[in-house]
Design a protein around this ligand. Structure first.
Ligand SMILES: Cc1ncc(COP(=O)(O)O)c(C=O)c1O
Length: 375
């Protein structure tokens, strides 16, 4: 067992401000003040993202579930999403009885490939989910054009994309709706939590009703509900932590970018690529990731073992969902998805928690060099 200090892959940055706000919410945030931090948190997000409407939720998965439901997605419908993904947005599709149609990714962004999206559209396609993976941005111009051409809403899962900006617009603000996660591993955290955001007044109203167990704002009768909805609310105490984080958002995003630059400089010359940052875009670099070139032999397990021996958290790239759910008929593999199947085994997420030091980054880089130089 190594006596080196542990290097976490992610861990939130919590200061006295978060502690003070949470303490205030626990002490005073009840009765008439029970929604104060929630409203403030929603307003801070709206301002940051440049959107008109926001509904704080208990998770990003819940926000996605309600958004898809408000769009009327249900039994027999199809929703297109990239094969390489975390299960959360796809799981929300299955909750509604719809099918998850898995398409390939682009080799440079690791996000959904618009040309494969277009090929996978059928008369049953009711939505396309653009997941901005690890902070990398989907090609939104192409996806939005496809959405207009076929009259299909483009939804943004920006759980991993706080701080990412696509041609002047923040991730999460461009689609029919966007969702974010504030799980403890994310750039902004509330412990667990999420948010639904949109520019669409009507969609906002529908999700607001759904989020209140189907009670519309206009409903004056007590405990009367207009439809069967959901209960995915964020608590005032969680929102208090979120407000403190939002007041520090520029600092939190810029630290992510500093960490990325450390890795970029120190890994220079090795046969691998890191998260891209296309022209006119800013990457929030939630998760610094390496993809080792395919023309060199690389054993991912060897690198993960080297990390373990040095008390460093290693994290594998997401698996293709069509591989994990091979025999599940709710998940349909739309094509060969050869980029997804080729890439995941050559890819590893690197520790990039907010308070990581440059010396700790050096320790991570030394492990990578030992394994990659061993050809
Ligand atoms: C891309 C993506 N979508 C959705 C989620 C789900 O977020 P939550 O755990 O808040 O439901 C995550 C969380 O890890 C994620 O990475």
């Amino acid at each position: 067992m190594s006596n080196l200090s542990q290097i976490f892959y992610t861990k939130p940055s919590i200061t006295q401000k978060e502690i003070d706000y949470a303490t205030d919410a626990a002490t005073n945030g009840w009765g008439a003040r029970c929604y104060e931090y929630i409203t403030r948190f929603e307003n801070l997000l709206k301002e940051h993202l440049g959107v008109n409407y926001a509904i704080a939720t208990s998770s990003c998965t819940g926000a996605m579930h309600m958004g898809l439901s408000a769009l009327g997605i249900g039994l027999g419908d199809e929703v297109i999403i990239a094969d390489i993904n975390w299960i959360a947005p796809a799981a929300a599709v299955t909750y509604l009885g719809a099918k998850v149609v898995l398409v390939d990714i682009l080799p440079n962004t690791w996000c959904i490939d618009p040309s494969h999206v277009e090929k996978a559209i059928t008369k049953n396609t009711k939505a396309i989910i653009a997941v901005h993976l690890y902070g990398n941005l989907c090609n939104m111009n192409e996806l939005l054009s496809i959405g207009i051409k076929y009259n299909i809403p483009i939804i943004e899962d920006a759980a991993e994309a706080v701080g990412s900006i696509y041609k002047g617009k923040r991730a999460g603000s461009m689609g029919a709706f966007g969702v974010f996660s504030f799980h403890g591993t994310k750039t902004i955290t509330t412990g667990e939590g999420g948010i639904f955001v949109t520019q669409d007044a009507e969609l906002h109203e529908k999700v607001l009703t759904l989020s209140n167990h189907g009670r519309s704002r206009a409903q004056y009768k007590q405990f009367w509900f207009d439809e069967v909805g959901f209960k995915y609310k964020m608590s005032n105490i969680q929102a208090a932590i979120g407000c403190a984080q939002m007041e520090r958002i520029d600092e939190l995003i810029s630290k992510k970018r500093i960490i990325f630059k450390w890795y970029e400089k120190k890994l220079k010359g090795l046969l691998l690529s890191l998260n891209p940052e296309p022209l006119d875009c800013q990457n929030g670099y939630w998760m610094v990731t390496i993809v080792v070139d395919k023309n060199i032999s690389f054993d991912r397990d060897l690198l993960l073992q080297e990390f373990k021996n040095n008390n460093i958290d290693g994290r594998v790239f997401f698996w293709p969902l069509s591989l994990v759910r091979k025999d599940d008929e709710r998940f349909v593999k739309a094509g060969e998805n050869s980029v997804s199947y080729d890439l995941y085994n050559r890819s590893v997420n690197l520790p990039c928690y907010n308070d990581i030091t440059e010396e700790e980054v050096d320790r991570v880089v030394a492990c990578i060099k030992r394994i990659i130089d061993q050809k």
